[in-house]
Design a protein around this ligand. Sequence first.
Ligand code: SF4
Length: 781
Amino acid sequence: MSKLSYTIPDSLDEEIEELELLIKKFSSGDITEGELKARRVPFGIYEQRRRGTYMVRIRCAAGVITPSQLRGVSLIALKYASGLLHVTTRQEIQIHDVVLDDLIAIVRELRSIGLSTRGGGGNTVRNVIAPWNAGIDSGEVFDVTPYAVALTSAITKRSDSWLLPRKYKIALVGSDKDAVSALINDLGFIAKIKNGEKGFQVFVAGGMGRKSATGHLLHDFVKADDIVIVTEAIKRVFSKYGNRKNKHAARLRFLWKTLGKDNFIQSYLQEREQLLSEGIGKLSVQSFSYEPKRVLSENSSSKSKGYELWKSRHVGAQKQNWYYSVRIPLKHGMIHAEKAKKLADYLIPFGESVIRFSGDQNIMLRHMPQSQLETIYRLSRRVSSLTDTAVLAGNSIACAGASTCQLGICRSRAALSEVMEWLQSGDADIDSVADVKMHLSGCSNSCGQHVIADLGFYGKVGRNGQHSYPVYAIVGGTEVTENNSLKLAEKIDEISAHDLPELVEEIIADYSTKKQKYDTFATYLKSEGNDLIRHKCDKLGDIPPFSENKAYYRDWGDTEIFSLAGKGNGECSAGLFDLIDIDLEKIKQLRLKIEKDDAVKPLDLYTLALLSSRMLLITKGVEAFNESDVFARFKEHFIDEDLIEVKFSTVVKAGRESKIDDFTNLKQNVFDLSEAVEKLYEGMDNSLQFKTPVQENEQLSQKNDNSSTDLQKDFRGVACPMNFVKTKLALSALKSGQILSVLLDEGSPIENVPRSVSAEGHEIVDQQKLDNYWKVVIKKK
Ligand code: SF4
C-alpha cells in the first residue's frame, strides 16, 4: 500500500464476518431491520430512500486516494452499484444503489485495495480531514497529511472508536489561513512550530448542525506525535459523559456546555493521565517525501481553444517548482465511474500521491508537469461537464436536500443548479469571485455547511394563507478574527426559493464590480452587501397568491406543488417547527403593534387570538377548515385537555362566533392567551410532547385475546405529514415494546409514514394491503 494510505487493522476481517452473519440472519428473518441497522451504519452503509438499496461510504483519510484505488472503486461501482461516484464534503467517496446481497463482497473488495468503510457513518470516529493542498501549499507551516493518515490508522484499530454517543469529527490544517475547518470540527489541529519542533494548536467541541458552535482552545501547543493522546482522551470523555439518550443534544459541543469548561478540561486531563499510565505511546508517523514520477512529455505546441482560460481557472502553482495542481470540477461531487476510471488509468504512471478529494467535492490533481497540462485539459473535458465553467460552479456546495434526504425541506441541489444557470447567463463576472464560498443546505442542519459560507442559504417553510412554499434563509459573513476565533455566518434575511437565483445574481454582480474595495466578502457584506440583500428581499417579499402564480409554491427540480408531505420523512417535525415559528413571529409583532397603538383595534386582538389558537394545532395533527374551526379545535385539543387554562374559553367562544367587536373588552385576556401558548411551546420537546401531561382523547383499545395490538388507529383520509404526526402521538401513548396498528391510505401515506417511523427507531412488524388501504403494525422502540 501507499505510504499515504491508512493501515487497516486485522480486526476488520472479523468485523466483516460478523456483519455478513447478521445480513444472513436478517435475510432469513431471524433478526429485525433495526438490529441490522445498528451494525451496518457504523460500517458506512446507509439505506437509501428507495427501500432495499444502500449507499456505501468509503474512508479516505485527508482525502487521499491513489490512482489504483480510484480505479478499483470505479470497477466496484460499475459491477455492483449505480456507476455513479460521489465525493463528499468530508473528502470520502460514496457508491450508491447497492443491494443487500452485494454489500459484503463490496467491503471485501475495498479491503483488498486498502480501503475501508468502517466509521463511514453512525456514532463513530469519522473520516479525518485535511486541506486538499496539504503538502503543496507554499503557505503551510508543514504538511499535515502524514499526521492525518497516522491518526486514522491509530484510531481505526481501537474497538471503542465505533461505540460513541454520537459522531466524532476531526480535522488537521497546515496554517491559520485554513483555521475554519479546525474550528468547526469536534477536534481541530492547526499546525505550529515551537522552538523548532512540529506541533499543533488544538481546538475542541466545535461542530455544524442545527445548533452550530465554534471550537474552544484546548492547547496552545502540543507536540505533533502527541495528537493521538489528545484524540483518545477526548474520545474517552465523550464516551463516558456524552448524552446517549438524546441524539439531538449528543455531540461534543453539547457536552462542553453540560459539563462546563472547567469540568470538561478536568475530565480530559484525567483521561490523559490514565492513557499515559496505560502506555498509549506516541503517534507513529511514516516519513514521506513527494517523488513525482517522470512521465514522457507530449508535444504541446498547438493549444486547444479554451485552454488558456481553463488554465487560469483550474491550474495552480505548488511549492514544488515545475509542478502544478489541477482541479477536476465535479457537479455536486458526482462523477460517473467510467469517467473516474479513465482519469485513474491516465494518472497511474504519475505515482501514488497525485489525487486528493477536496472539501468542496472536487478531484484535485497534484505534481502535474507543464508538458501534460494540455492533455489533462482534454481529459478533464471528457470527464467533467464543469471543465469550461468558472471555479464558483465546482466550488459551491449543496447538500443532498429534500430530493433524497429524509430531513430535507428544500431541494438545495436543484436550487444551486438554477442559481448557476442564472449566473452563467447573466452579466456578473463570476471568474472574479472564485474565492467566494457559496453553500446551500436543504434545512437548518447545515450539511451543506451554510454556517461557514461567505454566502449561505438553508431551506425553510414559508406560509401564505393556507399554502406553504419553499423559502431560503440567507446567511453570510463567516470570518476568522484574531487568535483563531471564528465568527459563523449570520442570518441576513429570507427569500422565496423561486426568487433565490435572481437575488444571488444581483449580489454576485454587485460584489464583482466592487471587489477591489474589500479584503473579504465578509467586509463587503458589513459595508453594503447586507443592505443590498435586505433591500432586494423587501422588493421581492410579496408572494403572489397561490391562484395567481403557482411557480412560487413549487420547489426547483420538482413538478409537484410544495408540501411537507414526502419531505421530512424521518423528521417531519423539522418543517412543523418552521410553521409554528411563522405564527409565533406574527404573534410577537402583533403584540408590539397593539401595545404601541393608542386606540384598541378589535380586529388586531381577534387576529392575535386566532394566531395563538392556530399555532400549536399542528402538533396535534389537526388541520382546521376555517377560522371558526381554529377556535373550536383549539378548545377541543388544548383547553379541554387541560393544557391551557379554562379561563380562556371566553376569548375562544368570541372567536368561534366571529364576534369581533367583543374583543374590545378582552385585550388582557387575549394577551394572556398568547403568552400561555408561547410558554406551552417553550416546554414542548422534540417528540411534540408538552410538559403538562397530555390526556389523549382516544382510549387505548382493549387488548384483544386474538391479537397482540395494544392500540389501533385509523388514519385513512389523513394527509402527510399529519398522519405521521398522529402516528407519533399514538406511539407516545404506548410503552416500549407495545404494538400500534394504523390504517393508512395508498400512495404517499404508505410510502412515507412507515419509513419515518422506522427512522425514529420503531420497528415495522407487519405491513399489508387490505382492499384499497394499508394496515401497518408498529412495535414501539
Ligand atoms: S436537507 Fe438538512 S439534514 Fe438533509 S442533508 Fe441537507 S442539511 Fe442535512
